[in-house]
Write a protein that binds this ligand. Structure first.
Ligand SMILES: [Fe+2]
Length: 394
């Protein structure tokens, strides 16, 4: 997805010999996307990287329950008040919304992963609403903190090592097609353009340390909506070097440099990542529109081709009442949406917003889980009617 990077020992040419100090041949591990046509990284292992064997444990199904047809409503899921530990090891995720392109979940972990994990069902993009720690991967460590996006390529072995005690709070997006940066941000040689909202320097790629053995041998693989357990014969963190364009990274949402318009800009002006059927946008603090007659608040709209999901992280959300940090709203296609009563008028003259939020525009309709249903703020849809009076869910 990004520019080529290189860590540790690699031979002068791919597919040629690299030897340890004792003369043993090291093992190349070519990680490729889109068959062999997409981005790739070549890692070099001390041991053969393909010797994991299935454990005796029965695979765990993560298939979502079939949903009955539901009324089309704007929906709001306030932040859960306590840790969600609803799915089996090794993940502590609660799936909320899903279509064929993306699954949107919450994770509220309280402890480090006790096993390695790889998701063969898609790339993963985390948004760290709260918490900090280290993403430990085959290709090295990535430190993370609140406000970071954390990207884990499909099927890359990893685990999260949490810092401190208490509950962390993450938004988890599983993208079933490759995640990338918008093509319009690239120049003719693939560099990020000077007017892109971030630069290569903003992406904190994995840093490879010395090979290590954490003593862990359990490895969970998510594939086809199941979790399957494998046993590793030795530590998988035996990579001595790698080279390529496919690697995990963190990007702080605070590094995103927003565009500002004379009048209100539509959400794609804030595009941060894209995948087939999904556009991910970052709303960050910025000056508001500077036309003397501007209405800075988003106008009511019918974006008839997308389901819109917003995760509210920090600041004041001028267009929506009743949402707070950690809230998720889902506004489906088919019915218009817009600001809460009074917000449109009250925005006139506003010069600045301090909101921090992540938005997903999803081309396929999203269905929701029983967990989402259990979290729902049932007053939300009606709260957009001016005569409904004040509305607050905290
Ligand atoms: Fe919208």
């Amino acid at each position: 997805m990004l520019e080529r990077r290189s860590h540790g020992q690699v031979p002068d040419a791919p597919h040629t010999q690299l030897k340890a100090k004792d003369g043993r041949l090291l093992y190349e591990h070519c990680i490729t996307r889109q068959g062999f046509d997409g981005p790739y990284t070549i890692a070099y292992h001390d041991k053969r990287p393909h010797e994991a064997l299935p454990a005796a444990d029965t695979p765990i199904s993560l298939a979502a329950a079939e949903r009955k047809p539901e009324r089309l409503l704007r929906r709001h899921y306030p932040s859960p008040g306590s840790a969600l530990e609803l799915e089996p090891l090794p993940r502590h995720r609660g799936r909320l919304l899903e279509n064929a392109d993306v699954a949107i979940s919450l994770a509220m972990p309280t402890r480090s992963d006790a096993a390695y994990f790889a998701n063969a069902d898609g790339d993963e993009l985390y948004f760290i609403h709260s918490g900090s720690g280290t993403l430990r991967t085959l290709l090295g460590d990535v430190s993370y903190r609140a406000g970071d996006y954390v990207y884990v390529p499909r099927a890359l072995l990893h685990r999260f090592v949490l810092e401190g005690s208490g509950t962390q709070h993450w938004l988890v997006m599983e993208l079933r097609h490759p995640l990338g940066l918008p093509h319009s941000y690239r120049n003719s040689v693939g560099q990020l353009r000077l007017d892109a909202p971030y630069s290569h320097r903003d992406f904190r790629g994995a840093v490879l340390g010395a090979p290590r053995d954490e003593g862990l041998r359990d490895f969970w693989l998510k594939t086809g909506g199941t979790l399957q357990k494998y046993q590793l014969p030795a530590s998988p963190l035996d990579v001595v070097g790698w080279d390529g364009s496919l690697y995990p990274f963190a990007l702080s949402i605070d590094a995103f440099k927003p565009k500002v318009g004379k009048v209100h800009l539509p959400p794609p002006a804030h595009a941060t990542f894209e995948s087939q059927g999904v556009l991910i946008c970052s709303f960050v603090p910025r000056p508001l529109d500077f036309h003397e007659q501007a209405v800075p608040c988003p106008y009511p709209h019918s974006s008839v081709d997308v389901d819109e999901v917003l995760f509210y992280s920090r600041g004041t959300f001028t267009s929506r009442r009743g949402v707070g940090p950690g809230s998720i709203s889902h506004h489906p296609r088919g019915i218009p949406h817009g600001p809460h009563p009074g917000a449109y008028e009250a925005s006139i003259g506003a010069k600045h917003t301090d909101e921090v939020a992540v938005m997903l525009d999803c081309l396929q309709p999203l269905t929701r889980s029983a967990l989402a249903e259990s979290l729902e703020d049932l007053d939300y849809h009606g709260s957009f009617v001016a005569s409904a009076g004040s509305h607050s869910t905290g």
